[in-house]
Structure formats: structure tokens, C-alpha cells
Design a protein around this ligand. Structure first.
Ligand code: C5P
Length: 302
């Protein structure tokens, strides 16, 4: 079995420009890969089609799982009609947490099956299929730091954000949040007709050498905190406990907090609710992400 790592992301910034006629929301978001990963094993199987085994979480094993959908899309385009694959997924990224776990799994499966079948799907095919699987999937073909526009699926890789000084931690609440519910609660106005200007990130005048300057806003925090008041209370507790920046990732429910000094999170955590699991993380730049993911060939990239 060939083993790959499927890394999580956080959104350093997420701006909702408006609701589109197709019901999706037009975003501008800054994605960043972090060193929390699932493991995905792939091998050829004598039985045609896709088999999935999952350890570490209760997840559907059929086409409701994005990894299965990704594998089926790959097989139908790039493998003989009777080809079969077995996927083994070891979950460490919480589901419904805004960390892109399922999306990362889908993108990793697309790339992993390319290696297993020794084909290199053309990047336009990968980008299109990834976008059809989900708005967050295309980012995981690139990794590192990237700007997402459109539904979040149009990716422009950026120069890597600097490593955080001090300590970066995830705060993982026990309850997940459903992305569609958070967008619905936002009740965003229709998308303005005026095209978006080309964004500059970090913002002009900010110190690009300081990771904190790469952390912007998240327009989904207010609706997420309305839907789930304990999450709003956790945000306030994290700010009061001395974090320099606190943000929600994607549509939640994970928050991330940046502390100035190593060891500060341990002290701060004493004032957080006892059911909150927290975890130190590092950001992964594009090269480190690619190397650690286990692929022989770099894909995407700047
Ligand atoms: O693309 P994905 O399946 O991850 O999106 C889940 C849901 O989140 C969509 O059905 C939609 O309701 C909402 N969404 C949105 N605008 C985006 C991304 C997601 O409204 N840009």
C-alpha cells in the first residue's frame, strides 16, 4: 500500500463578497496548510470500483464520502474499465471543523491515484474535477499559502506566509458546524455587479514578515457565533486569555489562536471550557507540505 498524508488548512482571512445567483457565495480567502494530517493508503484491488476503510472516525464509506467520489472520478477518466482500488483512511482531522479534512482527502486521493496508476492527469482536469467535488478541494492541489476566489475554488498560490513566532494553537470544540447552515445564517446580499479588484495580501503597509499580519478577518464568525453561542463565548475567552489574534477557520467550528510566547497557550488554556481540546500546530509552506505529503512529483505550486 502506498501511504500519503492529507493535511488540513486554516483560513487566515475569509471575506464574503455576496451571494451568487447559483446560491453559492463569492469569497476571497487566504488558505494556509498546517501540520495536522490524515493518512491515506491506496492500492490496486482485484475487485472493480472503490473500497474504503476508515479508522479513527465514524464516516460514510460510500459516495457520501468525498474520498470515494474523488476515486471514482479518477478511475472513470484515467483507468481501465475493470480497475479497482482500495483506500485506507486514518482520520485525525476533525470533521465539520472548518479545517478542510474531507476536501484535503479528496485532493490527496486524486494525486495518489495518479501515482498508483502512473498517469499524470492534466492540471486543468484536476482543477475542474476538484472544484466539482467541493469548493475547498482545489486548494489542496497547491498547498502552502494561497488566495481563493470564486467559491473559494479559483486558486492563486502566493509566496509562503512566514512561520509564526510564539505559538499557534487550534481550539477544537466538541460540536461541528455545517457549512451550508453558517452561510444561510449570514444572509449575505446578492453579489455586487462591480468586479473585485486584485487583492494584495497581507494588506498594504502591513509587516509581511510577521505572521500576525497575514491573519485578517472572517465574515462567517458572526453568523457562526449566532448559530452556536458557546463558540462565541470560546472566542471571547481565547481573546481574554492573552492571545494576540484569534480567528475561526472557514465556517467553523475550529478557532485558531496566536500567542506571542511559547508556553503561553498552556497557561491560557486553564481559563477555557474543559471540553475544549487544543493542539499546537505549525504552518507548512508549499515545499514542506509537498515533501511531507509523500508524492514523488510536485504538482500545482506557484
Ligand atoms: O462546496 P461545498 O460542498 O464544500 O459547500 C458546502 C455548502 O456551503 C454549499 O452547499 C453552500 O451552501 C455553502 N457554500 C457557499 N459558498 C461557498 C462555499 C460553500 O454558499 N463559496
Amino acid at each position: 500500500m502506498k501511504i500519503f498524508r492529507s493535511y488540513a488548512k486554516i483560513n487566515l482571512h475569509l471575506e464574503v463578497r455576496g451571494r451568487r445567483p447559483d446560491g453559492y457565495h463569492e469569497l476571497r480567502t487566504i488558505f494556509q496548510t498546517v501540520d495536522l494530517a490524515d493518512e491515506i493508503g491506496v492500492e490496486r484491488s482485484a475487485r472493480p470500483g472503490v473500497e474504503l476503510e476508515v479508522r479513527g472516525a465514524e464516516l460514510p464509506l460510500d459516495e457520501r464520502n468525498l474520498a470515494v467520489r474523488a476515486a471514482r472520478a479518477f478511475l472513470s477518466a484515467w483507468a481501465p474499465a475493470d480497475a479497482g482500488v482500495a483506500l485506507r483512511l486514518v482520520k485525525r482531522i476533525p470533521a465539520g471543523g472548518g479545517l478542510g479534512g474531507g476536501s484535503s482527502n479528496a485532493a490527496t486521493v486524486l494525486r495518489a491515484l495518479g501515482e498508483l496508476f502512473a498517469v499524470r492527469p492534466d492540471p486543468a482536469w484536476l482543477a475542474r474535477v476538484a472544484g466539482e467535488l467541493g469548493a475547498d478541494v482545489p486548494f489542496f492541489l497547491h498547498g502552502g499559502t494561497a488566495l481563493g476566489s470564486g467559491r473559494g475554488d479559483v486558486i492563486r498560490p502566493l509566496a509562503d506566509a512566514p512561520r509564526p513566532r510564539g505559538e499557534l494553537v487550534l481550539l477544537l470544540p466538541p460540536a461541528p458546524l455545517a457549512t451550508a447552515a453558517v452561510f444561510a445564517e449570514l444572509a449575505a446580499p446578492p453579489l455586487p455587479a462591480a468586479p473585485a479588484g486584485e487583492p494584495v495580501w497581507p494588506r498594504p503597509g502591513a509587516n509581511a514578515g510577521d505572521f500576525a499580519a497575514w491573519i485578517g478577518d472572517n465574515d462567517l464568525e458572526a453568523p457562526a457565533f449566532r448559530l452556536c453561542p458557546p463558540l462565541g463565548a470560546l472566542y471571547t475567552a481565547a481573546v481574554r486569555s492573552g492571545a494576540r489574534r484569534v480567528r475561526m477557520s472557514g465556517s467553523g467550528s475550529t478557532l485558531f489562536a496566536l500567542f506571542d510566547e511559547a508556553g503561553a497557550a498552556e497557561r491560557a488554556a486553564r481559563s477555557w471550557p474543559p471540553d475544549i481540546v487544543w493542539k499546537r500546530i505549525e504552518t507548512l509552506d508549499r515545499a514542506a507540505w509537498n515533501a511531507a505529503s509523500g508524492f514523488e512529483l510536485a504538482q500545482g505550486g506557484a
